[in-house]
Design a protein around this ligand. Structure first.
Ligand SMILES: Nc1nc2c(ncn2[C@@H]2O[C@H](COP(=O)(O)OP(=O)(O)O)[C@@H](O)[C@H]2O)c(=O)[nH]1
Ligand SMILES: [Mg+2]
Length: 313
């Protein structure tokens, strides 16, 4: 076992940061470490937090982290959002609060760009989850921003997914439109200090009644004022309840398999792409096929078969 691997397993922050960077750069050293740490993973509860920008996800993560720290649990935070206060974006007041966490040894924060293929999650996020898990974090909070594929993809990584909404703006309706209704294990109506909370909760609950297929568990709708740390203790309890429910029904393992499936597919996709577009293998061939496609000498399907035929033969 190399130094970086054993230091990651000891929870050493600098080794964790280093391995994440190596993994993001597809460095072969990272691959060796990733192979070595996998048997040490699986303990962390991965919690996805998604919702529109400005709904209070980062603030909520900050308060949740403080609650988990009070319980003595170690926390990893992955912010897939360049504007996050965790990555130095956002308002000064928010940023100061977030950096408070950075001085705590039991907390590791990493922000990542949204440079995933097809607008999905950046592929290194699977590695980061494994690394933080192996480093001894009990809780991993993954924040994704906006409404799109990344939000839907977070469900594949998370054991428990929170969808954060705010009162007003017909948010619940927007959620359905974006097709993320199915991904919520828990709804959080944040900014409950604003008007229209009851209406938002009622709206979401009636949507749950229509769309929720699970008869054994009603999806809870929690209200919070993240900015004033109101409702976070109850939210932590609901997150724990969801985990217990998942364990009891064996859905936990089903969900974990989804993550590993997504991760495996992503690794294969990445390797295949690197192989095809690598200078030494097919680069020249690919270029000449693109020329031929442009000149209508060949169609893209036949061209793809030429490349794949060479791999699969
Ligand atoms: N009024 C109010 N503002 C909040 C609340 N929670 C967060 N905010 C503020 O909303 C803004 C966006 O919060 P942030 O956590 O960055 O949202 P994110 O984009 O979803 O991560 C910040 O200025 C927060 O201070 C809340 O419960 N009530
Ligand atoms: Mg944020």
């Amino acid at each position: 076992m190399n130094d970086i691997t054993s230091n990651v397993l000891k929870g050493e922050p600098r080794a964790i940061a280093r391995l994440i960077t190596l993994a993001e750069n597809n460095d072969p050293v990272a691959t060796d470490s990733m192979k070595a740490i996998h048997p040490k993973t699986g303990k962390a509860h991965v919690i996805g937090i998604t919702g529109v920008m400005g709904s209070g996800k980062s603030t909520l993560i900050y308060e949740l982290t403080r609650e988990y720290r009070k319980k003595g649990l170690k926390v990893g935070i992955i912010a897939i959002d360049p504007t996050s206060p965790f990555s130095g974006g956002a308002l000064l007041g928010d940023r100061i609060r977030m950096t408070e966490l950075a001085t705590d040894d039991g907390v590791f924060i990493r922000s990542m760009g949204t440079r995933g293929m097809l607008g999905g999650l950046t592929s290194a996020v699977y590695d980061v989850v494994e690394i933080l898990d192996a480093s001894g974090k009990d809780i991993i909070l993954v924040e994704t921003v906006g409404v799109g594929q990344a939000e839907v993809d977070v469900i594949k990584i998370a054991d428990t997914t929170l969808v954060v909404l705010v009162p007003g703006l017909g948010d619940a309706i927007q959620t359905i439109k974006a097709g993320i209704m199915e991904i919520a294990d828990i709804y959080v109506v944040n900014k409950a200090d604003r008007s229209g909370v009851e209406q938002a909760v009622a709206e979401i609950e009636s949507l749950i009644d229509i769309t929720c297929s699970d008869k054994d568990r009603k999806i809870p709708v929690m209200t919070t004022v993240a900015k004033e740390n109101i409702g976070t203790v109850d939210l932590v309890k609901e997150i724990e309840n969801h985990k217990k429910y998942m364990k009891k029904t064996k859905m936990f393992d089903v969900q974990r398999r989804k993550r590993y499936e997504a991760e495996l597919v992503e690794i294969i996709r990445k390797k295949l792409m690197n192989f095809i577009f690598d200078e030494s293998t097919f680069k020249g061939k690919v270029e000449s096929l693109i020329d031929q496609i442009s000149k209508k000498e060949i169609d893209p399907y036949t061209a793809s078969e030429e490349i794949l035929g060479k791999i699969l033969k």
